[in-house]
Design a protein around this ligand. Structure first.
Ligand code: SAH
Ligand code: SF4
Length: 340
C-alpha cells in the first residue's frame, strides 16, 4: 500500500499487512521486548502547536517550502500560541512542542518571552522545533526555560541532503545540533524514511549515524508525497517497510523516546496503536482549528474533522483502551529521565 491518498483514521488495515516476512515479525517482537524493558506500557503525550507555516527553506519534500505558492500561509500571535499551550495543559499533557517553518518573523526575544511565560504560568516541559537558528538564539531560549529541541538531520547521506535541501548544508545542521547538545537541551534527531535514493544499505547507515549521536528522541517518519512539491511523483514507503524502520530505530537505541509520527498516523488509528508496541510517544496537534489545515507539510496532516482538543482526547482514550498507560506531569513526560 503506497502512501498516496491517506485513508481516514477509522480505516482498518488487515493485520497480515503489517509484516512482509516472518523475519520482519521476529524483528518486531525483539523491538517490542526492548520497548517493554525500558518503557513498559507507558505512552508519553506531547501536544504540538504548529505556530507558523512560513518557511525560508525550500526542502524538496515539504509542502511548506518557500516556492510552494499554492499554500495559504498563517502565523499565530504569541497570545494565540500561549492559549494553545493552555489547551495542552488542560488536557493533562505535560509537554508542549512549539514547531514552525524556519520563520525569522519571530525574533529570538519573542520566542524567549513566550517560553518564559509558558514555563511560569503553566509549568509545562517545552520542546522547540524551529529549525536552524544561531547558537545565541538557542542559548537564550535555553536560559528562558526550554527543555528540549527537535532538529532532525532528515538524511545523513550528504549528497542527498544537498539535493533535497537546496541552500542548506549538512555540516551546518550538524553544528547546530551539536550546539543544542552543548547547551544542555534534551535533543531529538531523526530521518525521513524513503527519500529518493534510499536503499537497505543507506538506511542501515542512517541508523548507525543516529546510534552514534544517541539522541533522547529518535524520530523516523515515512516520506509522504505532497502534490505541490518537486517530489510529488515519488511514492512513500509501504506499511511493512515503515514498521520495519520503527523496529530498527528501537533496536538501534533501545532506551530512546521513539514517536509514532503523524506521517505514520495517516495510515489510521489501528496502525498507530500497532506502532506503539515499539514506539512510546505520540504528538497530537493542538494547533487552533482555524489554521491547522494550513500546516500542510504533507497532505492529510491535521485533516481531522474533529476539533483538535476532542481529537487529542479520543486519541488518549484509544491508547488507554489498547492497554497502555499515560503518565501525568512534566517529569512523567520524560523530563526527569535521560537516555544514556
Ligand atoms: N522547519 C523545521 C521543523 C518543522 S518541519 C525543520 O525542518 O526542522 C517538521 C518535520 O516534517 C521535518 O523535520 C521533516 O522530517 C518532516 N517532513 C517534511 N516534509 C515531509 C514529507 N513530505 N514526508 C514526511 N515528513 C516530512
Ligand atoms: Fe521548511 Fe522544515 Fe519544511 Fe524544510 S522541512 S521546508 S525547513 S518546514
Amino acid at each position: 500500500m503506497a502512501v498516496h491518498s491517506p485513508p481516514s483514521p477509522e480505516t482498518r488495515v488487515d493485520a497480515s499487512a503489517f509484516f512482509a516476512s516472518p523475519e520482519d515479525e521476529q524483528l518486531w517482537q525483539h523491538a517490542r521486548s526492548l520497548r517493554e524493558r525500558y518503557w513498559s506500557r507507558t505512552v508519553f503525550f506531547r501536544g504540538i502547536v504548529e505556530f507558523s507555516s512560513h518557511c525560508e527553506q525550500n526542502c524538496l519534500y515539504c509542502g511548506l517550502r518557500r516556492e510552494n505558492m499554492l499554500l495559504a500561509r498563517y502565523r499565530l500571535s504569541p497570545e494565540e500560541i500561549f492559549q494553545a499551550a493552555v489547551a495542552v495543559h488542560d488536557l493533562g499533557i505535560g509537554t508542549v512542542v512549539l514547531q514552525s517553518g524556519e520563520d525569522g518573523f519571530y525574533d529570538a526575544q519573542t520566542i524567549a518571552a513566550l517560553v518564559r511565560r509558558i514555563k511560569t504560568e503553566l509549568g509545562l516541559a517545552i520542546t522547540l522545533s524551529l529549525g536552524e537558528r544561531s547558537t545565541e538564539d538557542y542559548a537564550l531560549w535555553r536560559e528562558a526555560g526550554a527543555d528540549r529541541y527537535l532538529l532532525k538531520m532528515e538524511t545523513f547521506q550528504e549528497e542527498a541532503f544537498r539535493t533535497l535541501r537546496p541552500g542548506s548544508d549538512p555540516a551546518s545542521r550538524s553544528r547546530a545540533y551539536a550546539a543544542l547538545q552543548r547547551l544542555g537541551y534534551e535533543c531529538g534527531n531523526g530521518i525521513i524514511q524513503g527519500l529518493p535514493g534510499e536503499t537497505d544499505e543507506t538506511l542501515a547507515a542512517q541508523f548507525a549515524a543516529l546510534k552514534a549521536l544517541a539522541p533522547s528522541m529518535l524520530a523516523v517518519g515515512p516520506f509522504t508525497p505532497h502534490p505541490d512539491t518537486p517530489l510529488a511523483g515519488h511514492p512513500g514507503p509501504e506499511l511493512p517497510a515503515i514498521l520495519r524502520a520503527v523496529a530498527l530505530a528501537r533496536i538501534a537505541l533501545p532506551s530512546a523516546h521513539i514517536p509514532v509520527t503523524s506521517a505514520l498516523g495517516l495510515l489510521g488509528d489501528e496502525v498507530r496503536i500497532k506502532a506503539l508496541e515499539v514506539g512510546n510517544v505520540l504528538m497530537p496537534s493542538l494547533t487552533p482549528e482555524q489554521v491547522r489545515a494550513g500546516y500542510s507539510i504533507y497532505p492529510g496532516k491535521n485533516d481531522s474533522t474533529e476539533t483538535p482538543i476532542s481529537r487529542a482526547k479520543s486519541l488518549m482514550d484509544s491508547v488507554t483502551r489498547a492497554g497502555f498507560s499515560i503518565p501525568a506531569g512534566p517529569a512523567g513526560q520524560g523530563g526527569a529521565w535521560k537516555a544514556p
